[in-house]
Design a protein around this ligand. Structure first.
Ligand SMILES: Cc1ncc(COP(=O)(O)O)c(C=O)c1O
Length: 469
């Protein structure tokens, strides 16, 4: 990480100082921030970013799961400028619209699985998940089922950082006790993490156990009080957790049986990260009632998110009633510049064969990462295509973790950063979610950089007296 003394030129130092004095970052750890400040990223080219001192890094995290087409797309920059000149903004409340918003809604309806033909635009994954929950409430409210308010989520889920998004989130490390959470209608069931399943259980038994637990939770609350189950197809920020085979179909069926809406949070998994436009049906064979997407929808060039829902829901919420208003929406819902970027992004993804690239390079990246399981510290390598994670343990046979204070994921990512690779540290994990245009050579660069970081950290830990088995 940069220290002020290392910043030779004045503009770079000024940015670093302004940032440290005024910019409150998401997920700030005030103690370390005060000491280290920020790494200032100034430019990007393809799958690489360049810092204020001209150092180049392979972006192993795709910005933050969102940079899909790569940095420096003239086509996306031009469409933004063109739309801003033509119509930078106008309200979409009630009954005004703009051409990019209407066209993007139609394009999403065409790409989405099943009868998800209705599209509500938001700016972030958090807003779009809030929308999904409010929509579920409204849907049951329009049927007079006002008791159906409860929502079931999972431990290790990440659904955003609004009050509701963070209440749905189930990652223990995010639940700082100083904040407040909505617990009167949000519930959590177990994380579907096969690596951390109870001792002595097969993966199949674990799946059945999880499904039974979800059903027991629905019955405990009362099906007449449960509105929705929300689930990421692969839990991203919770550690790239791929649930056991058959889990998605069984939980989806359970929801149908109990008249509980199934919300698939595809903020990360949609728009190519698993080689498909949407993963729910194409990868996992399920037809959700509601799908949430953001991030890759605009390739991270501009904030844009969408909540897609079924014709069945729409038929209910739009039933004729002069007193019924869907009182939900944001100033920037259907923002013309953002929607123009969304449309162009889809056009470019098709023209450049981005899904095909992920289907080709993804399995290669996965194979090469799996070979790292032989290195010290590496307990598990998991994920699919361009969502990957390494989990570190002190003892591979017992899966015992190193003490929290070691912060092993961060130590490895710091080593990687010194060698020109950015990966995401998360306690005892590292997460990789590179741009979807990553080439095979860049996949090699990523794996070799990570391997070097793991080896260097293992050497440091042994030198410091830790035992690694
Ligand atoms: C699965 C999932 N849902 C929701 C969100 C929240 O999105 P945002 O940060 O755009 O609000 C994220 C962000 O990483 C996510 O990974």
């Amino acid at each position: 990480m940069n220290a002020p003394a290392k910043l030779a030129n004045d503009p770079a130092r000024q940015v670093w100082e302004q940032d440290r004095a005024h910019f409150v970052h998401p997920w700030t750890h005030f103690d370390s921030f005060r000491q280290d400040g920020s790494l200032v990223i100034e430019r990007g080219e393809g799958s690489h970013v360049i810092d204020a001192q001209g150092r180049r890094y392979l972006d192993g995290i795709g910005g933050l799961w969102c940079m899909t087409l790569g940095y420096g797309s003239d086509a996306l920059a031009e469409v933004m400028a063109e739309q801003a000149r033509k119509l930078a903004y106008f309200s979409t409340f009630v009954d005004t619209t703009n051409p990019p918003a209407a066209a993007l809604a139609a394009e999403l309806a065409a790409l989405a699985p099943g009868d998800l033909k209705r599209v509500f635009f938001a700016c972030t994954g958090s807003d779009a998940n809030d929308t999904a929950i409010r929509l579920a409430h409204y849907y049951f409210g329009r049927q007079g089922k006002f008791a159906k308010r409860h929502v079931i989520s999972r431990i290790d889920a990440y659904h955003g950082s609004t009050l509701l998004g963070m209440s749905l989130t189930g990652r223990a490390m995010d639940k700082a006790p100083e904040f407040h959470y909505l617990t009167d209608f949000v519930h959590h069931v177990s994380s579907p993490n096969p690596y951390r399943r109870p001792d002595g259980m097969t993966v199949e038994q674990f799946r059945d156990h999880l499904v039974a637990e979800l059903e027991a939770k629905i019955l405990e609350i009362g099906p007449e009080r449960v509105a929705a189950f929300i689930a990421e197809p692969i839990l991203g920020a919770g550690g790239v957790i791929v649930p056991p085979p058959g889990y998605h179909k069984a939980t989806r069926e359970l929801c149908r049986r109990h008249d509980v809406l199934y919300i698939s949070d595809e903020v990360v998994t949609a728009f190519g990260r698993l080689g498909e436009w949407f993963a729910s049906e194409a990868v996992f064979g399920i037809d959700p009632d509601i799908v949430v997407t953001a991030k890759g929808l605009s390739s991270g060039y501009i904030p844009l998110a969408a909540t897609l829902y079924s014709e069945r829901i729409h038929e209910v919420i739009s039933r004729p009633d002069p007193n019924a208003w869907f009182t939900h929406g944001f100033t920037y819902s259907g923002h013309p510049v953002a929607c123009a970027v969304g449309l162009k992004n889809i056009e470019l993804m098709k023209a450049q064969g981005v899904l095909e690239n992920v289907r080709r390079v993804g399995p290669y990246l996965q194979r090469r990462l799996q070979a790292l399981a032989d290195l010290p510290l590496v307990g598990d390598v998991r994920g699919s295509h361009f969502m990957q994670c390494t989990e570190y343990v002190a003892d591979k046979s017992t899966k015992r973790l190193l003490p929290d204070g070691v912060n092993v994921g961060k130590r490895i990512s710091d080593h990687c950063e010194r060698h020109g690779l950015i990966i995401r540290p998360l306690a005892h994990l590292n997460i990789m979610s590179p741009p979807l245009v990553l080439t095979q050579d860049e996949a090699d660069e990523l794996v070799e950089g990570l391997a070097a970081g793991i080896r260097a950290t293992a050497d440091d830990l042994v030198r410091e007296g830790h035992r690694l088995d």
